[in-house]
Ligand binder design. Structure first.
Ligand code: XBP
Ligand code: MG
Length: 258
């Protein structure tokens, strides 16, 4: 039986990469007097590096106008990253950012049915707090039985460390197929899959063309049952993806799972 839903954050709960992080990175460049700007295309490519600081380091390594020494690049990346996170949290407080369609519905349904829920993200804890405080108030942590963030792991996605840690906290490390991971990106899907978990891939803006590799089902978002591969079973009615849909996808991909 399905025991837990393990949520990714950026791109899955909300379009935070498109509407939050990218914008905040660019404002941080401006605040530092740097003439740099990540457009959508560049940011989409940079998302192959998980972790904002890692993303900056990756970009700095390719820039002729970045500091030449690795130590200077590391300290610039750390300073820019800290500023970006401050800007990101302030932006969320002042402008907000919507949860993606179907997310709140599924969180509520899981809560009503007594299913455990957890977070496995490689974003910073402050970013997660800014987003969930906005939607669930200061006691949002009560919704989750385990929360693993970027600071809690040595290796970020696609490494399975965050998911494995989450499974341990849920006491599901021996039966990872009882927890379904919801992810939006190929690296997130690869990470959860490597931890032995069934993955439901709700593609986000930057990963609209992702194939369903490593996923038991992939589709355009949790707000609709249309466009998913494989299609959800039972009735052909539209509406948000339900827990029954998720359980059916899990069972068809892991027929011998406990
Ligand atoms: C997304 C990430 C993060 C965010 C930025 O993680 O890789 O790096 O882009 O956040 P996930 P930070 O999809 O696992 O939620 O700057 O805090 O890293
Ligand atoms: Mg994600």
């Amino acid at each position: 039986m399905l025991a837990a839903i393990v949520w990714d954050v950026d791109g899955t709960l909300a379009e935070t990469e498109r509407d939050g992080h990218r914008v905040a990175f660019n404002l941080a460049f401006e605040a530092f007097g740097l003439p740099w700007c990540w457009d959508e295309r560049r940011y989409g490519a940079l998302l192959r590096a998980a972790g904002g600081r890692e993303r900056l380091l990756h970009d700095l390594a390719t820039r002729a106008d970045a500091p030449a020494s690795a130590a200077e690049r590391r300290s610039l990346a750390a300073a820019l990253h800290a500023r970006k996170n401050t800007i990101y949290a302030a932006k969320l407080r002042s402008e907000g950012i919507a949860l993606r369609g179907g997310v709140a519905h599924l969180i509520d349904e899981a809560r009503e049915r007594g299913l455990r829920q957890a977070i496995a993200t490689t974003t910073s804890r402050t970013n997660l707090d800014a987003l969930l405080r906005l939607h669930y108030g200061p006691t949002w942590q009560r919704l989750f039985d385990a929360v693993v963030c970027g600071e809690d792991v040595q290796r970020k996605k696609p490494d399975p460390e965050a998911h494995r840690q989450c499974l341990r906290l849920l006491s599901l490390e021996v039966t990872p197929s009882r927890a379904v991971a919801i992810e939006d990106s190929p690296i997130g899907a690869a990470a959860a899959h490597a931890a032995g978990m069934p993955v439901v891939l709700a593609r986000s803006h930057y990963f609209a063309d992702a194939n369903g590799e490593h996923a038991v089902a992939s589709g355009p978002g949790l707000d609709t049952r249309r466009g998913w591969v494989p299609p959800p079973g039972a009735s052909g009615r539209d509406g948000p993806v339900t827990l029954d849909d998720i359980e059916a996808w899990r069972e068809s991909a892991f027929p011998n799972a406990p």
